[in-house]
Design a protein around this ligand. Sequence first.
Ligand code: FAD
Ligand code: DHB
Length: 392
Amino acid sequence: MRTQVGIVGGGPAGLLLSYLLHLRGIESVVLERRSREELESEIRAGVLEQGTVDLLNEIGVGERMMKEGAFHRGVNLQFGGHRHRIDFQDLVGRGIMLYGQHEVVKDLIAARLAAGGEIVFEARAVAVEGADTGSPAIRYVGREGREETLSCDFVAGCDGFHGVCRQSIPDGARREYERHYPFGWFGILVEAPRSSEELIYCLHERGFALISTRSPQIQRMYLQCDPEDDVANWPDDRVWEELHARLAMAEGGWRLKEGPILQKGIVAMRSFICEPMRYGRLFLAGDAAHIVPPTGAKGMNLAVSDVRVLCESVAAFYASGRTDLLDAYSERCLRRVWKAQRFSWWMTSMLHRFHGEDEFRYRLQLAELDYVTGSRAASTSLAENYTGLPLE
Ligand code: FAD
Ligand code: DHB
């Protein structure tokens, strides 16, 4: 098989890239390890920056998001039993959209297939070959277990953190930066009405908690936990007890709404960046190149901004043979990626309990939250980063 751009991975990065390229008249094939059903049912991100929302609307795949998603004008930060609202709309004139990542994935798959695009499900890439030549190829194993080759002009490595594309870059040609955090998130999906109109990010002595939403009937909540913990150690009663304790307000009056828990899972947290995001004709995008801890809600949004830059660079090459934008791809992305990494690290450090460290650190975190919520300058900085720094 042959195409112009071979895309490994059918997550948000790969699917969006494929659709953006199609709009520029450039052919691509997406190879995705999992089935369509698995891909469309995985619960992950929920917060879309204004720039992501605008892009999905511009390219005509935002219709369902505008109908079923919820536009939020701010978030709440809670500490010491008190809740403080950060009004994004007032501070920076932008907001965020709450709409599940798997819904975005469904919309992109539908749009791509309707346009005659090729997404090969259950096709596992095993290696990228000839990335440093003019004609790279992706070796993959298809549904029938046969090894096949996709030859192309460019390879887009959109295969997430555990994919094969980054590993195809020789050790000496990449540098990796990494930080692990001593906690994870226990996430649940609940069938219940909303407990709060807007998200609540909460720091409590017992640890972090987050209230988010997916729809008026389905809510998403997270609790700081041990990253090595087992879901089996968290029966429903324990989950609710922890959420009630962490989210309780000093003045009372507010109550978390419970309901049947539909799903539970634990995610570990890390910061990771691979530099550069390119090797010859192989370009990494999204989680394949970088991971942020989820507290800043940046991962999927970064995947979107990467592929936007990549599409523009590839399109310039096909239109006029220009290679300067391809050469600048990694640097342009990394400037934004490092800023999002900084913001995610900062939110994570401010809002989680570092058990085992002295009280000094915790008191500094409380002072920082007091400053952020009390100062218009500091709130504006949070709002500017959370709603998304401008694309260049
Ligand atoms: P992925 O979504 O990981 O997609 C990679 C795809 O490649 C997968 O479908 C995989 O099956 C496929 N693949 C892997 N290896 C191969 C192979 N060898 N061959 C073929 N296919 C392969 N981000 C936000 O922006 N906002 C949020 O609110 C947010 N919340 C989050 C909450 C949680 C609990 C978690 C875990 C993440 C959250 N994120 C959030 C991060 C976000 O989910 C990721 O950053 C996003 O999925 C990255 O998209 P991607 O396309 O780069 O990678
Ligand atoms: C959600 C996920 C996040 O990482 C976050 O910071 C806020 C909300 C969510 O899944 O809704």
